[in-house]
Design a protein around this ligand. Structure first.
Ligand code: AMP
Ligand code: GLY
Length: 441
């Protein structure tokens, strides 16, 4: 039996744990909070800080584990993979230097530029306020990003969070007080999709594309969040994408991996591209160095290939030997979050339905909850995710919704994710910006 250290305690890691166990692994879970789903299935667990490399190495050595799967970005940014590899432990996850693909927006934009991978919006990187006002004027509409990990929260969009160039300049100055650089990009218009890929630096396992929903409330209203839910379609495309859009995004990821290999060393782990389909084709918003949360929960249950074997192959540089297969089913994931999330979340006890107690058919993945003696408590972040799988989006949505509405406590979720109404708006949006040129046959 393959022993695997799994670092992280969110719903994404809950889904990773399930997939690894299905593939015959024995899980040694290293978590910051006790995730009830992971606790149940792990052989052993340890509670500690996710960026504490020496504690993670110690846990691995004590249990003679030779393979590690890193869930979130914080341990990658802290160099946990560097520390594990030094001890001969194979990793699914990049070293600290290569995790810059996610942790530094300028690293990624400059890498693409150097290698002529032409999918970036117009952009500028500034270390001081000089020249910013002129650049904002030149772009007209733009997005301002602190250069570093922000949990998606430091990104401000003109027309949404920033209403004038004065405000834009002021925000850039604010960012420069706490970050070495600020990245300013042309604002792209289109529909976003996530393409998650596993790579050993040479070969690739591309998961089907998924669309996430960042805004807190129905109708894409309210503040940005970590992601309120997501869907994927039974044809392993998305209703607003064509096959060639996805192949294009896959090609970009493959070229970026080749560029990294040439300039540094082979990238081993997840490359998750946040792409956007625009009137001028597929463009790149950003890369993440880990699976998406919630997007991992859409794709991992679809994977028919043994995920434990896949992870082993990534760490050993043998991914080329594996042919991945997916179930042709639609998935809809809905997150149940505390009332007031994300601005002023109120933590509290919740009751989560199960198959046995509530007859729900959805898969259940716990996120930022704490299991205490008298039940499950929300913390201040997303609480529990439900994934419906079905022959159609409609069927998958019903399964996820039926489960999400049964959670008891001070919570809410987005009822519109995966519904026909919202999806037809996405299709309509693409039709409008492309002038209908890209209609699906
Ligand atoms: P990021 O932290 O880079 O993922 O940005 C968070 C969100 O901001 C993205 O998911 C997009 O919705 C939006 N965003 C970022 N960059 C751009 C851009 N260049 N054009 C339009 N929207 C963007
Ligand atoms: N779904 C957004 C993220 O994982 O960053």
């Amino acid at each position: 039996m393959e022993k695997i250290i799994l670092v992280g305690n969110g719903a994404r890691e809950n889904a990773i744990a399930d997939a690894l166990i299905k593939g015959g692994a024995e899980i040694y879970a290293y978590m910051q909070l006790l995730n009830p789903g992971i606790r149940k299935s792990a052989k052993k667990y340890e509670i500690g800080k996710l960026d504490d490399s020496s504690a993670i190495v110690k846990f691995a050595k004590e249990n003679e584990v030779k393979l590690a799967v890193i869930g979130p970005e914080a341990p990658l940014a802290a160099g946990v993979v560097d520390a594990l590899e030094k001890e001969g432990i194979g990793c699914v996850g990049p070293t600290k230097a290569l995790a810059q693909l996610e942790t530094s927006k300028s690293f990624t934009r400059e890498l693409l530029k150097k290698h002529n991978i032409d999918v970036s919006p117009k952009f500028g990187v500034f270390m001081e306020a000089k020249g910013i006002a002129e650049f904002l004027e030149e772009l007209g509409t733009y997005v301002i990003k602190p250069d570093g990990l922000t949990g998606g929260k430091g990104v401000k969009v003109f027309g949404e969070h920033i209403m004038s160039h004065d405000e834009g300049l002021k925000y850039c100055e604010e960012v420069l007080e706490t970050h070495p650089r600020v990245v300013i990009e042309e604002k792209l218009e289109g529909e976003e999709f996530s393409l998650q890929s596993l790579t050993d630096g040479e070969s690739f396992l591309h998961f089907p594309p998924v669309q996430d929903h960042k805004r807190a409330f129905d109708g894409d209203k309210g503040p940005n969040t970590g992601g309120m839910g997501s869907y994927s379609d039974a044809d392993l495309l998305l209703p607003f994408l064509e096959d060639e859009d996805v192949r294009e995004a896959e090609k970009v990821t493959e070229r970026v991996a080749a560029a990294i290999k040439k300039d540094y060393r082979p990238y081993r782990g997840v490359m998750y591209g946040g792409f956007i389909k625009t009137a001028k084709g597929v463009k790149l918003i950003e890369y993440n160095a880990r699976l998406g949360d919630p997007e991992a929960m859409n794709v991992l249950p679809l994977l028919k290939t043994n995920f434990t074997e896949v992870c082993k192959a990534v760490a050993e540089g043998k991914l080329g030997k594996i042919d991945a297969e997916f179930e042709r089913k639609a998935t809809v994931c809905k997150y149940v979050v505390p009332e007031g999330y994300p601005d002023s979340p109120k933590a509290g006890r919740i009751e989560v339905p199960t198959y046995e107690k509530g007859g729900i058919k959805a898969l259940v993945y716990y996120a930022a909850v704490d299991e205490k003696e008298d039940g499950i408590y929300m913390t201040k972040s997303r609480g529990v995710a439900f994934v419906g799988m079905g022959r159609s989006l409609q069927e998958a949505e019903k399964i996820a919704e039926q489960a999400a509405e049964k959670v008891k406590g001070g919570v809410f979720h987005r009822k519109d994710i995966g519904t026909e109404n919202l999806i037809s708006k996405r299709i309509e949006h693409i039709r409008k910006i492309t002038g209908g040129k890209n209609e699906r046959k």
